[in-house]
Design a protein around this ligand. Structure first.
Ligand code: NAP
Length: 451
């Protein structure tokens, strides 16, 4: 059977796992073109995972191996939906896989949410990770106290990055503009607010435990918020470990001499982001104090007790989850922020597939995407093997590259990305950093097309 050609839109973990599984196929043999609107691949591994988590980021070694396999090509600086359309890709490939992730934030829908100093974690994470879309964010970090809304791993990432000591920070690949911003920051205290209790929090244990290893940081939990230890045996392992850690902090009490402090406050929902005038900067957050109720379906829900609490602060970070965005010409479910599908085959479409967060919503760790991508690729390969494309005569790999070069003057291929990567790593070496990130389109192009 002829080699089939598949386009993958998005170069994060789910896209790479899909590429790896497709390149494994012998019957039919498959070649993969991976597209990204940025010059750089790896999606959230580059632009989402916190820079002080180099071990998690090292999963990119797997993606480098996949990229080095015969039949793989990378095309950066191609914005599907703007530079090229989905229909144009369907004319040129046997199948198209969307791996575009969840690119925006879930909104709180509360008064004052857009005040200066109230930031979406999606934007802030992009800013400190050098994502070109967010380098201009330039947040004012002068305030001494920040509140982070949400009790998930992104909330922890944001809180930790705000409180990391300078030495720890300078060892990372945090974008240079953000290192300077953090070093000059006035933030000494972060209050992380969960709307439900410690048992319901979405933190993973490793991420909680590592807070003990951060120099100068004390963790603060009100013992009255912790459930009695007798119930621990009934909890699933991860939750039990989280509770043990949080209870340990509650019993130990805060270190009054620590220069930086992270407080966990549970059973609190944000009601209003406060300021002195209608569009004035953040001065605090009004919180509702909740109690928990178990619904008939077994889900534990927060219920407003009517009691109110105000936390004075100059910064609010909204970390209540990501949301997918519609791609022009591709079905989309607004409510869930995902592309409707059945086992990765997009509903009502032929030759179009979906993987990762835009398939299942913004949940799970990086490795979750492998199984997810395998499911989709199984269906895709079965569809190709059924012979439905046997008589098709799509353009050659060379013709596609020619077409793209005409369309996208700043096209970045795999060699181009490798030149960027080598430059960034070399720039990091003198400071003992993994890399110094390039964040500017023209600087990328200077590396891709040296004069
Ligand atoms: P998440 O795990 O879904 O956490 C979102 C948090 O926001 C939950 O505590 C949720 O509370 C809360 N929330 C939602 N709506 C809210 C509202 N209206 N008001 C107050 N709180 C609200 O999402 P995430 O932190 O964005 O992380 C996304 C995924 O990436 C997760 O699977 C996460 O584990 C993963 N991730 C992993 C790492 C790592 O492994 N180091 C790092 C970052 C992210 P409820 O539970 O009550 O809904």
């Amino acid at each position: 059977m002829r080699t089939h050609a598949v386009a993958i839109i998005g170069s994060g973990p789910s896209g790479f796992y899909a590429a790896g599984a497709l390149l494994d196929s012998e019957d039919p043999p498959v070649r993969v073109d991976m597209y990204d609107r940025l010059a750089t691949p790896w999606g959230l591994v580059r632009a989402g995972v916190a820079p002080d988590h180099p071990k998690i980021k090292s999963v990119s070694l797997q993606y480098e191996k996949i990229a080095a396999r015969p039949g793989f090509r990378f095309f950066g600086h191609v914005h599907v939906g703007e530079d090229v359309t989905v229909d144009e890709l369907l004319d040129r490939y046997d199948a198209v896989v969307y791996a575009v992730g969840s690119q925006t934030e879930r909104r709180l829908g509360i008064e004052g949410e857009d005040r200066p100093g109230s930031l979406a974690s999606v934007d802030f994470v992009g800013w400190y990770n050098g994502h070109p879309d967010y380098v201009g964010l330039d947040p004012d970090l002068a305030a001494e106290r920040a509140v982070v809304i949400g009790a998930g791993n992104v909330a922890l990432d944001v809180a930790r990055m705000l409180l990391l000591g300078e030495e720890d920070l300078r060892a990372t690949d945090t974008a240079d503009h953000a290192i300077e911003g953090f070093v000059a920051s006035g933030v000494r205290e972060v209050v992380v607010c969960g709307r439900r209790g410690p048992v319901e929090a979405a933190f993973t244990t490793t991420e909680l435990r590592e807070l003990d290893d951060i120099d100068g940081l004390t963790t603060v939990v009100d013992p009255a918020q912790m459930p009695p230890a007798e119930g621990d045996a009934d909890l699933v392992k991860g939750t039990r470990r989280n509770i043990e850690i949080l209870r340990g902090w509650a019993e130990r009490g805060p270190d009054p001499d620590a220069p930086r402090r992270m407080e966990f406050r549970f059973l609190r929902s944000p009601l209003r982001v406060l300021g002195d005038s209608d569009d004035g900067p953040v001065t605090g957050v009004e919180l509702a104090v909740n109690r928990l109720e178990t619904s008939e379906d077994g889900r534990v829900r927060p219920v407003d007790t009517g009691e109110r609490e105000t936390v004075d602060c100059g910064l609010v970070f909204r970390a209540v989850g990501y949301k997918g965005m519609a791609l022009p010409g591709v079905p989309f479910d607004e409510a869930s922020g995902t592309i409707p599908h059945h086992e990765g085959r997009i509903d009502g479409r032929e030759r179009e597939y979906v993987v990762g967060w835009i398939k299942r919503g913004p949940t799970g760790i990086i490795g979750t995407n492998r199984k997810d991508a395998n499911e989709t690729v199984r269906g895709l390969l079965a569809d190709l093997a059924s012979g439905s494309r046997a008589d098709a005569t799509p353009p050659s790999a060379e013709e596609i590259e020619e077409w793209l070069s005409g369309r996208c003057p700043d096209l970045v291929d795999l060699d181009g990305w490798e030149a960027i990567d080598a430059h960034e790593r070399a720039a990091g070496e003198p400071g003992g950093r993994p890399r110094v990130k390039v964040v500017d389109r023209s600087a990328f192009m200077d590396l891709v097309r040296p004069q």
